[in-house]
Design a binder for this molecule. Structure first.
Ligand code: SAM
Length: 409
């Protein structure tokens, strides 16, 4: 075998034929690290390197360095390489030079920057994304600092204090409420920064995951949908209601697939008032209407062909899901409406780290959980809904669960 270090160093993102192969290689690289790191190196990275790396990423964000560096890099090679002096010039306030240097040095040691000489660095795809203003990668860091990291610090202690019971009753005991004095979504409604970072992370996560219209054949919805404009030119029946739709990108993807077929006034994205007015930043096609709505109250859009829940039930224990489903159920037209749920269906074995991370972050922040197929069938059955089919894709972390009213009338 060739020198293994040279071999590993020769591999780059261009070495793979597509993103599936790149992802598989990344997972293989993680297994490689797990094999060759000592236990000490592993915990050192987790508990020591990462907290101050996150702090450095946020510090450069607060100082305005990432945005200016990304803009300069976009103007050509000259803007890419920067010295400590020029980076200090990018800052929106006075910073002691050696303070900034110490963080840049750590980020270079961990490959967030590339050190090209003394006091001189080049950006990487990660540092450029931190400043691009469109990928919401910076909001992922902010969301960690606002929510998941403080909750994670408290979680083991919280579970010990509560006798190692699964947190599945938000009113009785909840990690987030213990720390922040309010539940997650309540806190986000009252704190624009924390609410905005969460919706920003949701947007980045949506862009990372597979688009639902690639997992599910949307012809199943369009065929048989009542889309004919009335004689008096009035809007036809609603087609798609994205409940807890946040950014609205899932609705935008449906529209993009059927641009010429979908008339105005048929697509709706519902979410809490502050999300609709402030936190959601994506510009949507004017055919899509955003509506402020609390899904624990009666559904205002009646008789839609589809009600859609993406990554919503997993935020809630079963009892709360039943209340959400009941409000949708009442609005569904028998024999016509479908409820689609795009969520993780946990496999009996071989859950990926994205699935297990989501599952435990839900416990950490909202007393939520990911569910197995048997759990979904039981819960939906209790709600008066029946599973028609579960649509899966080998590269998708989530599946589309198509449901209908159990009783057609
Ligand atoms: C995990 S996010 C999923 C967002 C989006 N569907 C996606 O997959 O990216 C859950 C969404 O539910 C919304 N939400 C929480 N409580 C709600 C309520 N009572 N009524 C309506 N929306 C709510 C949140 O604001 C958030 O946008």
């Amino acid at each position: 075998m060739a020198n293994p270090i040279e071999l590993i160093d020769s591999i780059g993102v261009d070495s793979f034929k597509d993103d599936t192969e790149r992802y598989a290689a990344k997972e293989a690289a993680r297994r490689l690290l797990a094999r060759i790191e000592t236990p000490f190196e592993r915990i050192w990275a987790l508990a020591f390197e990462n907290p101050v790396l996150i702090a450095g990423l946020q510090l450069c964000q607060d100082l305005g360095i990432w945005a200016k560096w990304t803009a300069a890099a976009g103007e050509g090679d000259e803007g890419k390489t920067q010295t400590l002096e020029t980076l200090l010039g990018f800052c929106n306030t006075t910073v002691e030079p050696n303070l900034l240097y110490r963080f840049l040095n750590h980020m270079a040691a961990l490959n967030v920057l590339e050190e090209v000489g003394p006091n001189t660095w080049k950006p990487t795809p990660l540092s450029l994304a931190m400043g691009d203003g469109v990928s919401y990668i910076d909001q992922g860091v902010r969301c960690g600092l606002d929510h998941t990291i403080p909750c994670g610090v408290n979680l083991a202690k919280f579970l010990k204090e509560n006798g190692y019971r699964e947190p599945l009753d938000k009113d009785k005991f909840e990690n987030y409420r213990e720390l922040f004095g309010d539940d997650f979504f309540g806190f986000c409604q009252k704190n624009p920064g924390a609410g905005g970072s969460f919706i920003g992370l949701m947007t980045a996560l949506r862009n990372h995951k597979m688009v639902w219209t690639e997992v599910y054949d949307t012809r199943r919805l369009l065929d048989g949908a009542d889309l004919d404009i009335n004689a008096d030119g009035q809007a036809p029946a609603p087609l798609f209601v994205d409940v807890g739709g946040a950014h609205g990108l899932d609705t935008q993807h449906l529209l993009a697939r059927h641009l010429s077929e979908i008339p105005a006034n048929t697509l709706f994205v519902e979410d809490l008032p502050e999300v609709v007015s402030t936190h959601a930043q994506e510009q949507l096609d004017p055919r899509i209407q955003r509506i402020a709505y609390d899904f624990f109250t009666p559904q205002p859009i009646i008789g839609s062909r589809v009600y859609f829940l993406h990554a919503v039930p997993h935020d809630w224990p079963d009892a709360d899901c039943l209340r959400i489903f009941a409000n949708i159920r009442t609005a569904m037209r028998p024999g016509y409406s479908k409820l689609l749920i795009y969520e993780v269906v946990l496999p009996a074995r071989g859950a990926t780290s994205l699935m297990t991370t989501l599952d435990l972050e839900l416990m950490n922040c909202v007393s939520g959980l990911e569910r197995t197929e048997a759990h979904w069938a039981r819960l939906l059955g209790e709600a008066g809904l029946k599973i028609v089919e579960i649509f899966r894709h080998p590269r998708a972390v989530e599946s589309v669960i198509e449901t209908e009213l159990a009783e057609a009338n």
